[in-house]
Design a protein around this ligand. Structure first.
Ligand SMILES: [Zn+2]
Length: 204
């Protein structure tokens, strides 16, 4: 006896992977050729489809407004008036100048006023903005602004450290070199003691 779900399975595509339009595949074949290889050799035959699907995943952040993750807030914080910090959040993004990977970690902190969110939501906001073509400076600012606008906290601090594939694998070829960007808002911008406290919690 088969259930309804079985009927939905396409034997040609049992994992229900997204279709990759022919023009996208052709573009990737062109790139392979431009790089100096033969897109018709066996090992590369399915590469255009795989690359197409991979880019759908790398850029899945375009499908949503990351602020959606901050829409469910808890207003009863039991008098908690200290910094909330999510440290060492690994992430991957892609640089908009070379479409090369950006890999690194982020530290995200805020000092709540009346609203707090489930801690995993901060990582979801990061991933929402990271899963787009990015520059690190803008990613840092977008994450901080999103928390600032939606949680109306007393302060936000975002620090991102990342390696850029366009710098480690091409150009000056400097593997291991990381770039650090930060954005401080509210009390972390205005009050040196608060900034020092959050930076030391982040391990700086
Ligand atoms: Zn780049």
């Amino acid at each position: 006896m088969s259930c309804a779900a079985d009927d939905d399975i396409d034997p040609e595509n049992p994992l229900n992977k997204p279709d990759v339009p022919e023009n996208v595949q052709a573009a990737i074949r062109t790139l392979i050729e431009w790089a100096g290889d033969d897109p018709s050799r066996e090992g590369l035959l399915d590469t255009p489809k795989r690359v197409g699907r991979a880019w759908l995943e790398y850029c899945e952040g375009y499908k949503e407004d990351p602020a959606i993750h901050l829409s469910r807030v808890f207003e009863e914080v039991g008098g908690y008036e200290e910094i909330v910090l999510l440290k060492d959040i690994p992430f991957q993004s892609a640089c908009e100048h070379h479409m090369a990977p950006i890999t690194g970690k982020a530290h995200i902190a805020y000092l709540p006023d009346k609203k707090v969110v489930g801690i995993s939501k901060l990582a979801r906001v990061l991933h929402g903005f990271a899963s787009r073509l990015q520059v690190q400076e803008r990613l840092t600012a977008e994450v901080a602004d999103c928390i600032w606008d939606n949680l109306e906290p007393q302060g936000v601090a975002v620090v991102i450290e990342a390696q850029h594939g366009c710098m480690t694998g091409r150009g000056v070829k400097t593997p291991g070199v990381a770039m650090t960007t930060s954005r401080m808002m509210g009390c972390f911008l205005e009050d040196p003691r608060s900034r020092k406290e959050v930076m030391s919690l982040m391990g700086y």
